[in-house]
Design a protein around this ligand. Structure first.
Ligand SMILES: Cc1cc2nc3c(=O)[nH]c(=O)nc-3n(C[C@H](O)[C@H](O)[C@H](O)COP(=O)(O)OP(=O)(O)OC[C@H]3O[C@@H](n4cnc5c(N)ncnc54)[C@H](O)[C@@H]3O)c2cc1C
Length: 566
């Protein structure tokens, strides 16, 4: 029996409360809109933002002379010819304003001699990355935005609200259907404008740096609503994710800030420096960009020169205890509690799925192709092309969030409040209400683990036609097993049901990544095909994915010629 859903009306619905969603909510409200900020987790604590460690790239020019055009040139070069230039411009040009506004709100950017200090990071041609000590940038960014939105009576917040589908009526997005995790109740939200700020997809991979909320819901929601995705084959692997020894309660990508500050040494299992074999001219200081470092470590492991757990060593043994404490203060104590003394031992590191360059296609106002639907943050594709520079992700979340919030509020001044018809929301409401009797009896958590293993083994940083074809057939088998009727029950925190909804999205998104990776018969940035090792001028193209009657369609569109990093 279908019960009436809880109904909510708002001007702007923001889905996801990371940096992008919270900035969007603040900006929409100060442009006159009433906002509902919804998240499947706790507000401001569920995604990547709160986990981000250190760097935020922005051309403030306080530490060293800088200008957004230099930041832009570095971003374009790293993107290997595929950056969406308008989005890259927006990221670099609006970054300083957002960073200064965050400063005004009290984020606490680290300062030196009275100015906001900045550090260097691979691919940036000067010190450009601001931070909040010690390894505290993401939590500080998140807290600052939470405080700024908490003070705002025009922003209502709803945690534990998992958006299951967007509602599209006559081609326009007019809100969403959600399911409340605490009660299992269906919720129908009517909105004049909706901002998708759901973050990335790295939960598709077994070894990932993200939270469990990052299975790529936003990409699947956008596809089913009629929006296009681009560049889905470009998943960024972070080269030095922590591997061993066991590290509890600390972030797996925490070694990046260490190497920026202290110049770590990357060594293979024989304790040899090896990056020169892969075209790097670094001497004792690891400055390689992420895609090249991922390649170098993986190749060493495949050649039998890996560290004992299948990665590389990262050593800070050239540092004294005093230098380590000076740079990372309380973090050194947390490492000691894990039995790690960096003056005496290296740690083992290996590539880990970290960020997604692809995503929802949006213009420079953050509008998608579906009227009423905007996108912001990591869920947006294109700004970083085939490879993202360190620090650009938090900046893009802030900048795109602010822009999307403004655009959504502008739309609210033009359109009347929508009245969703039940038929527009019926498919999603039926799924939420389903009694589970026809759902698969299989173990949904095991099916998610299966998908993650397939993606890691076959669609990792290095792919071939054989691995990708194997992945497609395995994904098809998991899809059949998953079925179209929900498992579990409609009830309070029923994890089988939540897994079923998650897997529904993860399968769609995994399929787009894999199919796009199979189509792209070249190697570029984060997409490395062992059977097509060269970058090909014929592939100066973007792949655009849409969905028609549940089937994916992929087409190509030319990307403008751009400077490409060597
Ligand atoms: C460990 C780690 C460290 C990082 N370090 C850095 C760094 O130092 N510098 C840098 O620039 N970048 C870094 N990044 C990347 C950067 O943090 C992210 O790209 C950025 O924060 C994304 O912000 P966002 O607002 O787009 O998404 P997120 O912050 O991921 O927020 C997305 C939100 O959407 C919610 N959501 C998802 N699906 C649904 C749904 N169906 N219904 C309702 N809500 C939903 C999630 O719960 C989450 O709260 C790091 C990432 C990780 C994982």
């Amino acid at each position: 029996m279908i019960t009436d859903p809880i109904q909510i009306a708002t001007d702007v619905l923001v889905i996801g409360s990371g940096a992008a969603g919270m900035y969007a909510a603040i900006e929409a409200s100060r442009n006159g809109a009433q906002v509902l900020l919804a998240d499947r987790s706790l507000i401001g604590r569920g995604g990547a933002t709160v986990m981000a460690q250190m760097t935020v790239a922005v051309a403030l020019g306080e530490e060293a002379p800088d200008d957004p055009q230099f930041h832009y040139a570095n971003t374009i070069a790293a993107g290997r010819g595929l950056c969406d230039e308008k989005l890259a411009h927006l990221l670099c040009n609006d970054g300083p304003e957002c960073i200064r506004e965050m400063d005004h709100w009290g984020v606490g950017w680290a300062r030196k001699d009275g100015h906001i200090t900045a550090t260097t990071a691979p691919g940036h041609d000067r010190p450009r990355c601001v931070y909040v000590d010690f390894l505290n940038t993401g939590p500080a960014v998140s807290k600052t935005l939470r405080m700024a939105s908490a003070r705002n009576p025009n922003i209502r917040k709803a945690g534990d609200l998992c958006i299951v589908d967007l509602v599209v009526s006559d081609g326009e997005c007019i809100g969403a259907v959600a399911y409340h995790l605490g009660t299992g109740a269906p919720v129908l939200i009517a909105a004049k404008a909706t901002v998708l700020a759901t973050g990335g997809l790295t939960r598709l991979y077994a070894r990932n740096s993200a939270s469990t909320n990052m299975g790529g819901d936003g990409y699947a929601l956008a596809l089913r609503a009629g929006a296009a995705l681009i560049d889905m084959e470009f998943v960024q692997f972070f080269p030095i994710g922590h591997l061993a020894p066991r590290l509890v309660g600390m972030d797996p990508i925490m070694w990046d800030p260490f190497r920026y500050k202290l110049g770590g040494q990357l060594l293979n299992g024989r304790m040899e420096e090896f990056t020169a074999r892969y075209g790097s001219d670094e001497d004792g200081k690891y400055v390689l960009t992420r895609d090249l470092a991922t390649y170098a470590i993986t190749q060493e492991v495949e050649a039998g020169r890996g560290s004992p757990h299948g990665g590389a060593y990262l050593s800070f043994q050239h540092c004294t205890e005093a230098q380590l404490r000076d740079a990372f203060g309380p973090v050194i104590d947390r490492l000691a509690a894990n039995g790690i003394d960096l003056t005496k031992m290296p740690v083992e590191v290996a590539p880990i799925a970290h960020y997604h360059m692809g995503g929802v296609k949006a213009d420079a106002t953050m509008a998608t192709g579906v009227p009423g639907l905007y996108a912001a943050g990591e869920v947006v594709g294109g700004a970083n092309g085939a490879n993202r520079l360190s620090g650009n992700a938090v900046t893009e979340a802030l900048v795109f969030g602010r822009r999307a919030g403004r655009s959504a509020a502008e739309r609210c001044r033009r359109v009347a409040a929508p009245v969703p018809r039940m038929q527009d929301a019926k498919t999603a409401l039926d799924l939420i209400e389903d009694d589970g009797a026809r759902g698969s009896a299989g173990n949904t958590a095991a099916a998610i683990a299966d998908l993650q293993t397939v993606m890691t083994k076959e669609v990792g940083p290095f792919r071939t036609a054989a691995t990708l074809n194997r992945a497609l057939s395995r994904l098809a088998a998991i899809t059949t097993e998953h079925g179209s009727n929900p498992a579990g029950e409609r009830g309070s925190f029923d994890m089988r049901r939540l897994d079923w909804f998650d897997l529904r999205n993860m399968l769609t998104v995994a399929h787009t990544v894999t199919q796009c990776a199979l189509n792209r018969t070249e190697s570029r940035g984060a997409h490395q095909r062992e059977d097509f090792p060269q970058m090909s001028p014929q592939w100066q193209l973007r792949q655009r994915v849409t969905m028609h009657y549940g089937k994916l369609a992929i087409s190509t569109e030319p990307a403008a010629a751009q400077a490409i990093a060597s």
